[in-house]
Design a protein around this ligand. Structure first.
Ligand SMILES: NC(=O)c1ccc[n+]([C@@H]2O[C@H](COP(=O)([O-])OP(=O)(O)OC[C@H]3O[C@@H](n4cnc5c(N)ncnc54)[C@H](OP(=O)(O)O)[C@@H]3O)[C@@H](O)[C@H]2O)c1
Length: 252
């Protein structure tokens, strides 16, 4: 059984699944400080609502995960408030934005879009832990979790397409696995995992969920509750694994 966090950090708290995590964690009485990171925290209704409801327990942090300097500055800002983080949760992800759309065929592949996807989905989440890791407790349980996607599983790829997102999520998975090995040498009870949230009704999935049945489409609160159940039950042996919302392990 995992330890409940006292100091938790959620990246991507402006909207979507990240905002859902922040809402639910803020309701947990044991959470003394909740760091909510976003590109523009002052413009997020979700973060404003949290601050209104929970006051100084909520600490907004400015973070553009595609900008290495911003990641370092965000970690430094957190360190001004605490010398300890029990949970580091990354929920940031990018599938589409304006002209950037998931590729349906080879002709759609664009080098710039692949690089952008890698920056947000794969490199940024690793840099985040690079800068925050020194706040993890060395001997007590701590959690480093990142939202990946089942489409990033190489062995589970049956449909093809979505080159940039699939590859960036596969890279995120490899970086998470590699990170889990190094972290475990320094932080004896770390649980560093990748998670698949299911198909969730957010802006990210909106254009692509036409064929998803109602029983397979989760709302944010549902997915967050499932994922928190997974996170709450993590054990030492779970470090370096990839879990779906229902606790099933996904092959890398
Ligand atoms: N929804 C699904 O069905 C589904 C399925 C499988 C996996 N996932 C994964 O779950 C995670 C959360 O997805 P979601 O559905 O909540 O997506 P979403 O609603 O589109 O939210 C994406 C979040 O990422 C943030 N973000 C994007 N680029 C950023 C950057 N450069 N720096 C900082 N923040 C950035 C956004 O912040 P802004 O408000 O600043 O844009 C927003 O908070 C992602 O990793 C996604 O790949 C989702």
């Amino acid at each position: 059984m995992n330890t409940q966090p006292t100091y938790a950090f959620v990246a991507g708290a402006s909207r979507g699944i990240g905002a859902g995590f922040a809402r639910t964690l803020a309701e947990r009485p044991g959470v003394e400080r909740l760091f909510v990171a976003a590109r523009k925290p002052d413009e997020s209704d979700a973060i404003a609502a949290l601050r209104n409801a929970h006051g100084e327990r909520i600490v907004p942090v400015t973070l553009d995960i595609a900008d290495a300097d911003s990641v370092a500055a965000a970690a430094a800002a957190v360190a001004e408030h605490t010398d300890r983080l029990d949970w580091v949760l990354n929920t940031i992800g990018l599938l589409h934005a304006g002209d950037m759309q998931p590729e349906r065929r080879l002709e759609d592949v664009d080098a710039g879009n692949i690089q952008r996807s890698f920056a947000v989905n794969a490199v940024g989440p690793l840099l985040l832990v690079k800068h925050l890791a020194r706040l993890l407790p060395r001997r007590e349980p701590c959690t480093v979790a990142t939202l990946s996607a089942r489409v990033g599983s190489i062995s589970d790829n049956r449909l093809g397409g979505w080159y940039a997102y699939r590859a960036a999520k596969a890279a995120q998975n490899m970086l998470t696995k590699t990170l889990s090995i190094e972290l475990a040498r320094r932080y004896r009870k770390v649980r560093c995992v990748a998670l698949h949230p299911g198909t969730v009704a957010t802006d990210l999935s909106a254009p692509f969920r036409g064929n998803v049945g109602n029983d397979k489409l989760f709302d944010v609160a549902q997915s967050v509750n499932y994922l928190l159940t997974v996170l709450d039950q993590l054990d030492d042996d779970d470090n370096g694994k990839f879990f779906a919302w229902d606790g099933q392990e996904i092959p890398w």
